[in-house]
Ligand binder design. Structure first.
Ligand code: DON
Length: 304
């Protein structure tokens, strides 16, 4: 027998159909995605996962990686040290803006590419491949299973990464990055290419909702004060230049990715993940945003 929660989620998905938008087209792996794919997963802090659609359809994590790499940098170096390299102000700009804050000379926040590339460089490890191995293992601790990279996405991303390459070199020029910018770019592109499904994302979000403890494995992954910092930055910057609309309508810390995933976190209760590849002009899944808005309203998930 389907539980009331399950029936409710299926009802929401039925009500919130196609919301328009375009599938990302800058690499073939994203351009070829079936625009009608859909998945929703809701993971509770006690480890129950409800799903609708195809929760095991795989795609690349893309920008949803950013809060988790930032979390690892915080865990490795401490908040004060990370703050010396990356600010926490919403930029109001697109995610791939080539800019540093004019007053501090630092990337404005860790959710835009400049800040995310810097966060990748702050992960501890002798070399970029070593840092990436730690990142991959780290994401797996949140998901509760071992993850791997989608090699084909990685190769396509790397040959088209002109803008991110420009950002990495800008960061090196202004000494925000101290190592080789090409190595850090490679590490960042790899992290965006990690292959996940919507169920993984819901459990990653639920680990944040659960104060840093993975609900199924019971392992403490992230310290509570770092959870607080990561969620604060997701709330103010996670949805880029639509962060204000998002927090007004949905009211939860969140992060989107260009392959069509969105995670949202209701602290103490649930991690939510939605996947639908059509995007709006900000790079956020259109149907994903609609579903989250509707759920937030119906289930009174708005935190404010
Ligand atoms: O850095 C990039 O351009 C991509 N690989 C990831 C960007 C992304 O997911 C932006 N989010 N909507």
């Amino acid at each position: 027998m389907r539980s009331p929660v399950q029936r409710y989620l299926e009802h929401i998905v039925e009500q919130c159909g196609d919301a328009g938008g375009e599938v990302a087209s800058y690499i073939p792996e994203l351009a070829d995605a079936d625009p009608d794919q859909f998945a929703l997963a809701l993971a509770t802090v006690d480890g129950h996962v409800y799903t609708v659609g195809d929760p095991e359809a795989r795609y690349s994590i893309q920008s949803i990686s950013k809060p988790f790499t930032y979390a690892l940098a915080l865990q490795d170096r401490g908040i004060a040290a990370v703050d010396e390299s990356i600010d926490v102000e919403p930029s109001g700009d697109a995610f791939n803006e080539i800019s540093l804050a004019s007053d501090t000379g630092r990337p404005r926040n860790p959710m835009i590419n400049a800040g995310a590339i810097t966060a990748a460089s702050l992960v501890e490890g002798e070399t970029a491949p070593e840092r990436f191995e730690r990142v991959l293992d780290w994401y797996g601790q949140f998901a509760g299973r071992e993850l791997e990279i989608d090699e084909s996405v990685y190769r396509s991303e790397l040959v088209t990464a002109h803008r991110n390459r420009a950002i990495a070199h800008m960061l090196r020029e202004f000494e925000v990055l101290t190592g080789d910018p090409e190595d850090t770019l490679d590490q960042y592109v790899r992290q965006c290419s990690v292959s996940i499904d919507t169920r993984d994302l819901a459990l990653m979000a639920a680990t944040l909702a659960n104060g840093g403890v993975q609900p199924r494995t019971g392992a403490r992954v992230l310290e509570p004060r770092n959870v607080e910092r990561v969620l604060s930055v997701m709330a103010t910057c996670g949805m880029y230049d639509s962060a204000g609309d998002w927090i007004s309508a949905v009211g939860m810390p969140a992060k989107s990715g260009v392959s069509g995933g969105i995670i949202a976190v209701l602290p103490g209760q649930v991690g939510l993940a939605v996947f639908s590849p059509r995007l709006d002009a900000h790079g956020n899944s259109t149907r994903g945003v609609t579903v989250c808005e509707r759920m937030s309203e119906d289930m009174e998930m708005h935190l404010m």
